[in-house]
Design a protein around this ligand. Structure first.
Ligand code: 13P
Length: 252
């Protein structure tokens, strides 16, 4: 069974037109293994410029969020069709920063995933536990509580068009990466949870790891059987580091 490997950059609220220029030039020249896709997710104002500058058939762009509404009087929001209009192909949904700072619930995230899919976008659905949830042994329960509303909303078969990113909240921006073994164990749990619903969907689902992944630790993380790529924050802003991570990914 081959799965696509995805190396995704989440610039969060960072970057400018200079980074758009420099990163697109660097990525347009990378050599990546067959079966590896690279996705760069800048803030909304830079999506059009970045998408226009990308000229590599394994490099795509994505948004960091999207409205659950299709259009209308929702000041400040961005609709799925606006993204597809720009030829954007991916959208990060349910990032822990959206969940904790902007009150996004798993039900809202499920609505967004449904709208994204019907627009033809590939959602990168983020899930992950806090430090306190991990130390109190609730990791699996938390992950299920984040996944199940999405499974209920879109149906298990629709996950053939979804990417899932496991991002333990305690590892995001902290330099505290999950060890490759710990990340693998949790990824295996997630894949097994999907397998209980549909084995073939589970086997082809790309499962990304996120949380302080960088040029130094990516090789060991990506070598794990159930880690199919990364969702990278801080290191994705570095023009001399992110392309190296992309080229390190071997594909499966
Ligand atoms: P860092 O790589 O900065 O820890 O961020 C991870 C993340 O949140 C990506 O979405």
């Amino acid at each position: 069974m081959t799965r696509t490997t995805i190396i995704a950059a989440n610039w969060k609220m960072n970057g400018d037109l200079t980074l758009v220029d420099q990163m697109s030039t660097a990525l347009n020249n990378i050599e990546v293994a067959e079966n590896v896709k690279v996705v760069v997710c800048p803030s909304f104002p830079f999506l059009a410029a970045l998408t226009e500058k990308i000229a590599h058939d394994q490099v795509y762009t994505g948004a960091q969020n999207m409205s659950e509404h299709e259009k209308g009087a929702y000041t400040g929001e961005v609709a799925s069709q606006m993204l597809t209009n720009l030829s954007v192909q991916y959208v990060i949904l349910g990032h822990s920063e959206r969940r904790s700072y902007y009150g996004e619930t798993s039900d809202l995230v499920a609505d967004k995933v449904k709208v994204a899919l019907s627009a033809g976008l590939t959602p990168i659905l983020c899930i992950g536990e806090s430090e306190q949830e991990r130390t109190s042994g609730q990791t699996e329960q938390v992950l299920v509580s984040q996944l199940q509303p999405v499974i209920d909303a879109i149906g298990i078969d629709a996950f053939k068009d979804v990417v899932v990113a496991y991002e333990p909240v305690w590892a995001i921006g902290t330099g505290k990466t999950a060890s490759p073994e710990m990340a693998q164990e949790t990824h295996a749990f997630i894949r097994d949870y999907f397998a209980q619903h549909n084995e073939s969907v589970a086997q082809q689902l790309p499962l990304l790891y996120g949380g302080s992944m960088n040029g130094a630790n990516c090789e060991n993380l990506l070598a794990q059987a159930d880690i199919d790529g990364g969702l990278i924050g801080g290191a994705s802003l570095k023009v001399d580091e992110f392309p190296v991570i992309c080229s390190t990914a071997k594909g499966i």
